[in-house]
Design a protein around this ligand. Structure first.
Ligand code: SAM
Length: 271
């Protein structure tokens, strides 16, 4: 199991970005955390592995349920924050598609918006399945495609500012990719050896301050961040102008953004 060009780009993309992630998109990713843990039946005493823990949202919530939590991430700066946020969790460095645990080590394995960041999604799911004990559960979330309005906004803004999409960023190889819809995610889990997969779409409105929503890409988070950091000051000012214009429709009376969004949540028992 080797790392792909996509994985190498992900390592660079997240390097040193934990604080920027915590202060921007972590709040967006937090919404399904409870549903993810419910789907994986994580409660008191359950041994759960949170893969790609980021700044520890899911790990902290699992600790609050008195679960026995292990949290891993590929990015050391994420682990530093996750460790402070979930001090009762054991935190370790690990990079999918390899997890440094014997087979069957956990009652449940969860990954919140992580499978969409790996170059070989099937190998990643297979590896997560390996470390679940027979009778345990595996649950994952990803963003759907086509993107919901919150995420689509960035494409709209860059198009309006006449900033072309980058063509040089590595993509998941077509033979390893899967459709980012309920059937596609369920099919991926099936190919990774899981049966009885259930996949639901969760929808919600993400409420955030306009500066917090801007801060993610402005600090290099995500593809929008990679693109934004490549621009000169004049272009960034032009993008910001279109950001203000296009987010206007989503502002509530107090000036906060109300952004409709959605995630796919898949869960499967491990036999
Ligand atoms: C969108 S963030 C989600 C973080 C967290 N699960 C949450 O809900 O806030 C994606 C995380 O996956 C991690 N990640 C990306 N690729 C990974 C890999 N191959 N192995 C382990 N972690 C990975 C990143 O470092 C980042 O912390």
């Amino acid at each position: 199991m080797t790392s792909t060009a996509f994985d190498d780009h992900e390592r660079l993309q997240w390097a040193g970005k934990a604080a920027a992630y915590r202060d921007s998109f972590a709040a967006l990713c937090a919404y399904p955390a409870g549903s993810l843990l419910d789907a994986a039946e994580v409660g008191a005493g359950v041994r759960v592995l949170d893969v790609g823990t980021g700044t520890g949202t899911v790990a902290a919530l699992a600790c609050a349920r008195a679960a026995k939590v292990t949290a891993v991430d590929a990015e050391p700066s994420m682990l530093a924050i996750a460790g402070r946020r979930a001090p009762d969790a054991e935190t370790r460095h690990a990079i999918l598609p390899h997890l440094p645990f014997p087979a069957g080590s956990f009652d449940a394995v969860v990954a919140n918006f992580v499978i969409n960041h790996v170059g070989d999604p099937e190998a990643a799911v297979r590896e997560m399945r390996r470390v679940v004990r027979p009778g345990g559960r595996l649950a994952v979330t990803i963003w759907p495609y086509p993107p919901p309005p919150a995420q689509q906004l960035w494409t709209t803004i860059f198009e309006a500012a006449a900033v072309p999409r980058p063509t040089d960023l590595p993509r998941v190889a077509p033979e390893k990719d899967f459709a980012r819809d309920a059937d596609g995610l369920a099919g991926l889990l099936g190919r990774a050896g899981l049966g009885d997969v259930r996949c639901d779409t969760i929808t919600w409105t993400h409420r955030t301050h306009p500066e917090a929503w801007w801060a993610g890409p402005a600090n290099g988070i995500g593809t929008a961040g990679t693109l934004l950091l490549r621009q000169d000051q004049a272009t960034i000012a032009r993008i910001r102008h279109h950001y203000d214009r296009h987010t206007d429709a989503y502002r509530d009376a107090g000036g906060e953004l109300e952004l409709p969004t959605a995630a796919l949540l898949a869960v499967a028992p491990v036999d």
